[in-house]
Write a protein that binds this ligand. Structure first.
Ligand code: PMP
Length: 651
């Protein structure tokens, strides 16, 4: 730690959250971090995020308290040594806890354990005289809050936690170490209130931190903490617990023996089978579906023709003979595979021509073609951002954007879907950081569109780079299918797109300035380390772009078909609207969505149920996707069958 940092003040940032239940303000969670001044905003944010995602439910109130701490007041304590005791049941776990207390000289251990139930509704801990079991806290209803402590390593690394996830063990050990050193504290017992976390502990200076589990059943959200005191000055003890700033050194990330299971265990067939079983139980198991014809408004499936309301082939180009002919000619000339990456032997004129055409179409200086849209997204984000970057990303962004953010290691702040106020607040907080704002242009599951003008305004105002993924807007939005950028006349710093949807082929692309494209050629790993897209793929993409530009009537036909379909659903009492080609139909329950989708197939309509993780849990949808070649009579028929299935499945 440098001399400057040493002289700086520290800050204790505390969060507590509560929910209103039956007119009563019920405590949900609390947490604390000690940080240097620079870390305060990030710590606040991660604590708030944690409060918003707590297993005990949604918070109605979140309080953040920031207090300055003088460095010279801080004491450093070495973390208690940790041992683990495994019980075969919760009652056996409690027995172990009782015996541990007795070993520490607590004679009425059984009664102490019985008192744990009284702590369940308290925000803080119970402080008991170890012999008389008299309560010693100032506020019996609230209990005693042990605060002003953190792991010294967290502070020293001066790096805010990347993820607002609670590390139960680490936080408990920090608190237990402080508590065990409070004057007069004989022992502490704790059971977590996290319904998923069944382990607790007995801690003392004498026997260290004894982890015991399980102490309760999974799903039980009752937990609490009791401190046992023996001495003549409880006030001194309380002062220490509440006020003395403590940094604990040598706190391990994981408890001994409870470290992640050895890797081999995770790759055994038994482990994989159990994981698959879990998916099945949750109605989240997925399988591939075999289609027996070319994609189009109708397909052959299971030996019969059915109506396809599921494909991203929005402009019906995937089976257009002109794309097939272009691909065949290219295969004839260049073969089926490129045999090398773009920077070695994989580049042919087709690639360069396609890139020039994409750039011209999007109104940018240059473009770069990737094998898939997934690779384009990960490749741009990973190249532009690193650990020291800030990314602001919409919560409903596509998985390839999320993965790009993860790959980059950047600090990623996920803003609530389309919430420009939140985005602006964060952008202003990181003003001048040269970070990235990234958004889908049309969101892949709900089909709604991002407010591009506001995104561009915020990016410009606070010096952020704007990246827009036009995957589902290409060929769909804007007068001629040029995407949201055409619709608003705004060119983002990077426009990503894919040829795999309306353009009826495959391959992703990014359009932007020459310097951006040159940079990506040198830094984007999916571009550098993957074999170049094949000649047939590239030629088909060029032909698709040519058709899109010369046949804008396809885009108009698509828009009309979507509007007609939504109207037919609404006429039958199903709320449906769409700005794009995607019409989400809300169902909710995963199992119900599967049943409806299954019945629809039987009746000749293919619409997939989209479930977690593509959408949040319990928010399953039927995702209908419309194609410009869908006939009115087919859409009318589909709307009536869908409405009937939904209504019947509700009873
Ligand atoms: N972005 C979005 C919004 C998408 O929906 C998808 C595909 N589902 C991709 C990117 C990835 O494109 P590709 O299929 O070409 O890899």
């Amino acid at each position: 730690m440098g001399e400057n940092a040493k002289n700086n003040a520290l800050y204790s940032v505390k969060m507590r959250s509560s929910a209103l239940k039956n007119g009563e303000n019920r405590h949900i969670s609390g947490a604390e971090s000690i940080t240097e001044a620079a870390g305060v905003p990030a710590v606040c944010e991660s604590l708030v995020s944690r409060a918003q995602n707590h297993a005990l439910g949604d918070a109605d109130e979140i309080h953040i308290k920031i207090e300055k701490i003088k460095r010279e007041d801080v004491i450093y304590l070495k973390a208690l040594p940790v041992t683990s005791r495994t019980a075969s049941s919760a009652s056996e776990g409690r027995e172990i806890m009782r015996l541990e207390l007795e070993r520490l000289g607590v004679k009425r251990a059984r009664e102490v354990l019985a008192k744990l139930a009284e702590t369940y509704r308290m925000r803080g801990a119970m402080l008991l005289d170890a012999d008389s079991l008299e309560r010693l806290e100032d506020d019996a209803e609230r209990g005693l809050r042990v605060t002003r402590m953190d792991a010294a390593e967290d502070l020293e690394s001066a790096r805010p936690p990347l993820k607002p996830v609670k590390n139960h063990f680490r936080e408990a050990l920090v608190l237990a170490t402080k508590a065990a050193h409070a004057p007069g504290v004989l022992a502490e017992i704790c059971v977590s209130d996290d319904p998923q976390y069944t382990t607790g502990y007995v801690a003392s200076q004498k026997s260290g931190y004894v982890r015991i589990g399980p102490l309760k059943e999974k799903g039980d959200g009752n937990g609490g903490r009791i401190l046992l005191y023996r001495g003549a000055s409880p006030r001194e003890c309380i002062e220490f617990l509440q006020k003395k700033p403590v940094l604990v050194t040598g706190v391990p990330r994981l408890p001994p023996g409870a470290a992640a299971p050895p890797r081999m265990a995770q790759t055994t067939a038994a482990f994989l089978e159990a994981a698959i079983e879990e998916k099945k139980k949750a109605h989240l198991y997925r399988q591939t579906t075999v289609i027996e014809s070319a994609p189009g408004p109708k397909i052959v499936y299971g030996g019969r023709e059915i109506l396809l309301l599921a494909s991203n082939n929005y402009l019906n180009l995937a089976s257009d003979p002109r794309l097939g002919a272009a691909a065949a000619a290219a295969a004839e000339k260049y073969g089926s595979g490129s045999g090398g990456s773009r920077l070695t032997t994989g580049t042919i004129y087709e690639h360069e021509l396609l890139e020039a055409e994409l750039a011209e179409w999007k109104g940018t200086e240059a473009a770069l073609f990737f094998s898939t849209g997934y690779m384009a997204n990960t490749g741009v984000i990973q190249a532009l951002c690193s650990k020291s970057s800030v990314i602001l990303s919409d919560e409903k962004n596509h998985a390839s954007i999320i993965d790009g953010c993860r790959l980059s290691g950047a600090r990623t702040i996920v803003y609530p879907h389309l919430c420009m106020e939140y985005l602006e607040e964060k952008a202003s907080l990181y003003y001048g950081s040269g970070g990235l704002i990234v958004s889908d242009s049309v969101f892949s599951m709900d089909g709604d569109a991002a407010p591009l003008p506001r995104l561009a305004e915020i990016a410009k105002k606070y010096g952020f780079f704007l990246m827009l993924d036009e995957a589902h807007a290409t060929g769909v939005m804007g007068e001629t299918g040029g995407g949201l950028s055409e619709m608003y006349g705004i060119t983002p710093d990077a426009s990503v797109g894919t040829c795999s949807k309306a353009l009826g082929g495959e391959g992703g692309f990014v359009c932007g300035s020459s310097v951006l494209i040159n940079y990506l050629k040198n830094y984007s790993r999916p571009f550098i380390f993957s074999t170049a897209p094949s000649a047939p793929t590239t030629a088909a993409a060029r032909e698709a772009l040519r058709i899109l530009r010369s046949e804008p009537e396809r885009v108009r036909a698509l828009r009309e078909a979507v509007q007609f379909f939504c109207e037919q659903l609404r006429l039958r009492g199903i709320g449906a609207k769409s700005e794009s080609a995607i019409v989400p139909i809300q169902i909710g329950d995963e199992n119900r969505s599967l049943k409806i989708a299954h019945n629809l197939i039987k009746k000749g309509i293919y619409i997939p149920a989209i479930r977690y993780p593509s959408v949040p849990k319990n928010k399953a949808i039927l995702r209908a996707a419309i194609c410009c070649a869908h006939k009115k009579e087919d859409l009318d028929f589909a709307a009536s069958v869908i409405a009937k299935e939904i209504q019947e499945s509700a009873v």
